[in-house]
Design a binder for this molecule. Structure first.
Ligand code: ASP
Ligand code: MG
Length: 420
């Protein structure tokens, strides 16, 4: 069995869903298909949530009706009747009208409400596949993909998820199993999500759990490019990457794959194909193999924006690495900081983290024991397989705060160039 994953862009219109159906129709069965929310639905649901959390029930309902309209239009384009999603719409509307966010926190409600984006997309895709004569079975990942209760960033329970998924799939799998990416549920039945853009991770985790032969991510790009074409010129396709290269690139901010995607695949030696859904006959790129294989000799550039550089110094002038490391990192973990770069001296540790809503809480906590300074609005450029020419080009004219270099990678933390 293989896994196909389709992101939001590939199902953003009726045309997209039809194209998915063509690709899936031609594939060998049984097949697991993982689908994200359609187009920008997750962003829209985040807005619905914001109004809901502020107690603006009417605004929340209005915003949700835009989401409804969008899905109804796609269903019309597919010739599907609205009754298929009526109960999903009703579930969201019931929550928005009847529940109050006073109990439970933002993250809990996020998962409960935003997860409906994927429920909508998969309900529609499942219905369309069946109308097309492709036998497809809908699996509700809120009950079949079990996670802990770290809302908005839930960790998958592989054992329990295996049990639940196998129960759904049975001993003689056939046809298509249609799963939502990004969402799961706790043992107690509460909805969870895996972090933005988490559907790739779902596909990889499911492939690991079910011992699948391969995962294919169908994307609106030709494959894995050596840089984001929206930011850099002259990009080229990289036909093959190792797991090590891929995980380093994903962690550095390559948006092509979610950073958590690689481990479940590497652990079972499952190849990951990235292929263009617009031209399904094209080869795209593949990630596989563990040897340090960089056949292309092309520097790969990854830019991670919205970085904060924090500089932390113990107030009592003690050696930071010897006395304070465990404490600082425990706080980093508790405040969900995504650390991208670490540098230290005798009494100071400097870290670059993603800007997030948890940052101010961390700052307050750190300031109890440390002198803390920070610079925000920076960007971290990682160049894998660098040469002096790219390093010079990317440094010239920039204020660079930190440089770090290993044999394979060069990192530059510099002032944001977002306007270019
Ligand atoms: N729909 C979710 C998001 O937009 C998950 C995903 O697309 O992978 O973040
Ligand atoms: Mg998405």
């Amino acid at each position: 069995m293989e896994v196909y994953k389709f992101g939001g862009a590939s199902v953003q219109s009726a045309e997209g869903v039809k194209n998915l159906s063509c690709i899936v129709g031609k594939a060998e069965k049984p097949l697991v298909v993982v689908v994200s929310a359609m187009g920008k639905t997750t962003n829209a649901m985040e807005e619905v949530l914001r109004y809901f959390m502020e107690g603006e029930k009417e605004q929340a309902a209005n915003r949700f009706s835009v989401v409804k309209e969008y899905h109804i239009r796609i269903m019309e384009g597919l010739g599907l009747g609205q009754e298929r999603v009526a109960s999903v719409f009703a579930s969201v509307e019931r929550i928005l009208a009847e529940e109050t966010p006073s109990c439970n926190g933002y993250d809990y409600w996020y998962d409960r409400i935003v997860s409906f984006g994927e429920i909508l997309s998969t309900t529609i895709v499942n219905a369309y596949l069946n109308v097309q004569g492709i036998k497809s079975r809908f699996i509700d990942m809120r009950r079949s993909f079990i996670t802990d209760n770290r809302h908005r960033e839930a960790n998958v329970d592989y054992e329990l998820s295996r049990e639940r998924l196998l129960k759904e799939i049975g001993t003689e799998p056939e046809g298509v199993y249609l799963l939502q990416g990004f969402i799961g549920g706790t043992k107690e039945g509460e909805s969870t999500t895996l972090g933005r853009e988490g559907s790739d991770y779902t596909a990889a985790a499911v492939a690991n759990i079910l011992d699948c032969k391969a995962v294919t991510i169908w994307k609106d790009v030709p494959g894995i490019l050596n840089a984001d074409p929206r930011i850099f010129g002259n990009t080229v396709l990289i036909p093959r990457l190792t797991y090590v290269d891929a995980v380093e690139l994903a962690y550095s901010g390559a948006q092509i794959i979610h950073p958590k995607t690689i481990k479940p695949l590497q652990n079972k030696d499952i190849p990951l194909y990235v292929r263009p859904f617009g031209t399904p006959e094209a080869a795209g790129s593949v990630i596989k193999g563990n040897e340090g294989y960089t056949p292309h000799g092309i520097p790969v550039l990854i830019l991670k924006r919205d970085q904060i550089l924090i500089s932390i110094r113990p107030k009592d002038f003690s050696f930071v690495l010897e006395e304070s490391l465990a404490h600082i990192f425990a706080l980093m973990h508790a405040y969900r900081q995504k650390i991208n770069l670490i540098q230290s001296s005798a009494i100071r540790i400097t870290l670059s983290v993603d800007n997030s809503r948890y940052f101010s809480g961390l700052l307050e906590e750190l300031q109890k024991n440390y002198k803390v300074k920070y610079n925000d609005n920076l960007e971290l450029l990682t160049i894998r397989g660098y040469n002096s020419e790219v390093v010079e080009r990317e440094s010239a004219g920039h204020t660079v705060y930190v440089r770090q270099q290993t044999r394979r990678s060069y990192k530059l933390l510099r002032e944001s160039t977002a306007e270019r």
